[in-house]
Write a protein that binds this ligand. Structure first.
Ligand SMILES: [Zn+2]
Length: 307
């Protein structure tokens, strides 16, 4: 049996040096604070082993009505990087971080997407929100590709040694996003035009609708987890009766009672629960962004294909 030639001292030194360098790099631990669970998952995918990510608004929680806790302020104050969604969704995070002594960059993950205006008449009438953008940009995978690029650049800026790792993680994740995007398009292409219509609690799926060609009707507006007016609910119920009652869906972040009422008064079918603004807990059906989108697609298709 032939044994390999023992390495020369120089080669040995190089190997040792390489090992030491690898250890030092693997040990990098960048503390990142993200505003909510979906964004936290995206940062975790790009940060990999180099980053510890804290999402302040956790699974199944509603970021629209978030109240900061003292522990959140401490986390934000001492983070190496703060990542927000932007588009008015989580303006509280930069304020919280700055007032807690954070001096670093605030990354707006949605920078560079094509924003969708909030175009519900109710929003314009009561919320003073005319001209504002719909914040739920993560519901379009094309936008999430842009999020990933922004997150990778921001991580590399605070941790240049990790640039290659962030780039590799991002590339791998972008491939998974592409596969997911193709699957959504393929599934929805199977639905006849008249079945591409659903009802959900609040206007969280505008970007999904624009990207994938489904129509969403919702009793509550974009930021609206507040009670919608009785008149707009009555109008929606009347519309559903006229339109042969498309299926209605609950959302993990919204009160189910209104949707239940709309379902019973319009005679619609209950389609299940969509994850709009937050992931599920680890043992739920949507613990990551990829799992969330696949769960939503499967839930939509189950209701729209069988009718
Ligand atoms: Zn929302």
């Amino acid at each position: 049996m032939n044994f390999p030639v023992p390495p020369r001292p120089l080669r040995m030194l190089l190997v040792l040096f390489g090992l030491l360098l690898a250890c030092a790099r693997a040990a990098a631990d960048i503390e990142v604070v993200a505003s909510f669970s979906i964004l936290g998952d995206l940062v975790r995918e790009v940060g990999g082993e180099r980053a510890t990510v804290h999402a302040l608004v956790g699974p199944d929680q509603d970021a629209h009505v978030y109240e900061p806790r003292p522990s959140d302020a401490r986390r934000a104050g001492t983070a190496r990087l703060v990542v927000t969604n932007g588009l008015g969704f989580d303006d509280w995070l930069p304020r919280l971080a700055r007032s807690s002594g954070y001096k670093g960059a605030v990354v707006v993950a949605s920078d560079g997407i094509r924003p969708l205006p909030m175009n519900r008449p109710d929003d314009h009438d009561h919320g003073g929100s005319a001209g504002r953008a719909d914040p739920h940009a993560w519901q379009d995978i094309g936008n999430v590709r842009i999020y990933i690029g922004n997150i990778a650049a921001a991580l590399a800026a605070v941790d240049p040694d990790g640039t290659d790792a962030y780039r590799a993680n991002a590339a791998r994740y972008l491939a998974a996003l592409d596969a997911l995007d193709a699957d959504i398009r393929k599934a929805i292409a199977r639905l006849p035009e008249e079945r591409r219509k659903v009802v959900s609690s609040h206007d969280a799926f505008g970007y999904f609708a624009r990207a994938y060609g489904l129509r969403f009707l919702a009793p509550a507006g974009v930021a609206g987890h507040s009670e919608p007016g009785a008149r707009s609910v009555a109008r929606l119920i009347a519309q559903l009766r006229r339109e042969k009652a498309p299926p209605v869906f609950l959302e993990n972040v919204s009160d189910p009672r209104l949707i239940e009422r709309i379902r019973s008064e319009s005679g619609a079918v209950m389609g299940g629960t969509l994850y709009s603004d937050a992931l599920s807990s680890a043992d739920g059906p949507a613990p990551t962004y990829l799992a969330m989108m696949r769960h939503n697609l499967a839930t939509l298709m189950a209701a729209l294909e069988v009718r």
